[in-house]
Write a protein that binds this ligand. Sequence first.
Ligand code: SME
Length: 164
Amino acid sequence: MPTTSTSDKIREVRAQIDRLNIDTPTVQQFMDKITSLLQEKMLKYNWVGFYMLEPGANPPMLALGKFQGAMTPHTRIALNQGICGAAASSGKTIVVDDVRNDPRYLACSVETRSEIVVPIFVHGQVAGELDIDSHFLSAFTHEDRGLVEYCAQIVGHRLETEQR
Ligand code: SME
């Protein structure tokens, strides 16, 4: 049986995301399904979850939303804490190849070695982020980044067009 390359796998998962986007009636259900799909199909994605900015919180606070993987102690994260806070406050994707070398890192699991956090924009403002942890060093390549940013973009677009 031919092996599936990472590019093929990512193309396949993107197509499944597109189908879910059409078939899933609410953005909350869509976010739930994204976490399950990514964790199930992308074998190095060990923890997949959304953090969303709490409406009206002062100072701003990220709150854990839909996720797949072990429960994390970090259910609320301030914008000056962690890789999550850094991604939300800068509005930039952050990829950390070895979390042991990043002093910002807040540990969720002792097994985590690499992490990607991608902001979600709604009307040009950060509204939350998609966070993925891997037990493998440097798990998130350029192609993985493309896939996770694609998911974050669609969620942002749906949040713009739907009532929450
Ligand atoms: N590692 C994140 C915290 C969230 S957990 O990984 C689920 C951070 O450094 O912000």
